[in-house]
Design a protein around this ligand. Structure first.
Ligand code: NAD
Length: 454
């Protein structure tokens, strides 16, 4: 072999392998699903979602072929999103949309803008959306999307270009009958309005139901903005009633974005004392209670909670293990590790975020037996449920009052909690496995009865 070529081959072999290159390497080597599966399983968030699936599928005794058909994503879309930055430079951002299954209806799931976003993380979040929608009996498949970017460092103009171009790249794959995005970490109502506008411009007429979580004046639903956080608070309170906790429970919320802030306000309205809140920079703790209005004002002004004078400043890990009755992780995945689980001082773990607790931590919580877990796919399902209401209202062009929205939401959430607790008790499994098993069973059964085409 040519010496220069040999040298270059050696150089390439010693270069750190990017996630994208590793993906292609595996695909080219195997040229089969095995390569894709191996690539996904190398991602710690996907590996966690897959492990949870396996545990629940064991409880259901799913036959192997149905298990494989139900577990792996149906469709994974990877796009390059070029954006002209304010500096004049053109940057390419990787964007993803994973449709985990479409057996029961259009894909449904949020779009995440964060530096950590990659194909494996998005596939894991899409899988959780499948079980969540099925658990709540919503006529949807499961999907998720995102762009690897840091929205906090980008201007509004750059974010608008990114969102519109990402939408344009996804045009063949999204739509009211195929896949309906919504907000998630790092995305806002404004971005949903840009998606609706871009899609509608291509269709030649307004298509509000292509996206949910839109501003109310372009077809959004009353109550959607607050729905996830309020749903979390509703279930945390039901659990507190079941455990006969005192009304003035102490609450800690990790993440003070859409989910965390509305959950904190709703808990405070229910009479709880919010003793801790946190964001990406760290946590603020005050055993006497935090003034939420002033904390929010500080955050709006400074874009971080760091330096907020109303409590003691600490790391996120320290915040999670402070004494409280109700802990609400509402930020990101895998924050409750085995080490943290052993140190938790809460009675209720109400999972606002998706995937906050690792399977190792689950084992510790099960062995402890003193923490009542409200698993993510149940606890934060208020968001997708009101998204469903928004989609229905848009399709019918007939809009509901806020009290109708919440009345219907709580009438769906309460019996679902009861169903999960009953399954857990009857089968002797954790609340998480019960919730997953109910969702997985519904999807697997739908797959089985629809059969294979051709
Ligand atoms: P958001 O962007 O509005 O807020 C995220 C919050 O988490 C911010 O306060 C941010 O500072 C903090 N954060 C981010 N990374 C962190 C880290 N590594 N450590 C500690 N804090 C961190 O996002 P959101 O919409 O509130 O979503 C939060 C979680 O809830 C995500 O897991 C999301 O998937 C889940 N979720 C959101 C919705 C929804 O309707 N928005 C619905 C269901 C589930």
């Amino acid at each position: 072999m040519d010496e220069a070529l040999l040298l270059r081959k050696k150089e390439v072999a010693s270069e750190p392998i990017s996630k994208e290159r590793r993906c292609w390497q595996l695909l080219l080597r195997d040229g089969s699903m095995t390569g894709i599966m191996q690539f996904l399983l190398e991602n710690p968030v996907f590996a966690m979602a897959a492990k949870q699936f396996d545990l629940a599928a064991d409880v259901l005794e799913l036959p192997q072929d149905l298990r494989e058909r139900t577990k792996w994503p149906k469709r994974m879309i990877v796009v390059s999103v070029p954006v002209k930055m304010d500096s004049g430079e053109v940057r390419i951002f990787p964007g993803y949309r994973v449709q985990h299954h479409l057996t029961l209806g259009p894909g449904k799931g949020g779009l995440r803008y964060a530096p950590s976003v990659d194909l494996g993380e998005v596939a894991a979040l899409a899988m959780w959306m499948s079980w969540k929608c099925a658990l709540m009996d919503l006529p949807y498949g499961g999907a998720k999307g995102g762009v690897a970017c840091d929205p906090r460092t980008m201007s509004q103009r750059e974010l608008e270009s990114l969102t519109r171009r990402f939408t344009a790249e996804l045009l063949p794959f999204i739509g009211p009958k195929t896949d309906v995005p919504a907000p998630d970490m790092g995305t806002t109502e404004q971005m949903m309005a840009w998606i609706m506008d871009t899609y509608s411009s291509h269709e030649g007429h307004a298509v509000p139901s292509v996206v949910t979580g839109k501003p109310v004046n372009v077809g959004g639903s009353l109550g959607r903005r607050e729905a996830t956080g309020r749903g979390v608070a509703f279930l945390a309170n039901r659990a507190a009633d079941l455990l006969k906790l005192p009304p003035e429970s102490r609450v800690i919320v990790q993440g003070f974005g859409n989910v965390g802030s509305y959950a904190a306000y709703a808990m405070a309205r229910f009479g709880s004392r919010i003793v801790g809140v946190g964001d990406i920079s760290g946590g603020l703790y005050n055993p006497a209670g935090l003034p939420l209005g002033e904390v929010s004002e500080y955050l709006a002004k400074n874009r971080t909670l760091e330096g907020c004078p109303h409590g003691q400043w600490m790391t996120n890990e320290e915040l999670l293990v402070q004494p409280c009755e109700i802990l609400i992780p509402a930020a990101t995945e895998r924050v409750i590790t085995a080490e943290i689980a052993a140190k938790l001082q809460c009675r209720i773990l109400a999972e606002g975020a998706n995937g906050p607790t690792t399977p190792d931590a689950d084992q510790i919580l099960e062995a402890r037996g003193d923490v009542f877990v409200i698993p993510d796919i149940l606890c934060n399902s208020g968001g997708v449920t009101v998204s469903y209401f928004e989609w229905v209202q848009g399709l019918q062009s007939f809009f509901w009052s806020e009290s109708e929205v919440y009345d219907r939401l709580y009438r769906l959430m309460e019996p679902t909690l009861a169903r999960v607790l009953k399954f857990a008790k009857d089968r002797g499994v954790s609340h998480r496995i019960a919730a997953l098993a109910i969702g997985i069973q519904k999807v697997a059964e739908a797959r089985r009865v629809r059969g294979l085409y051709p």
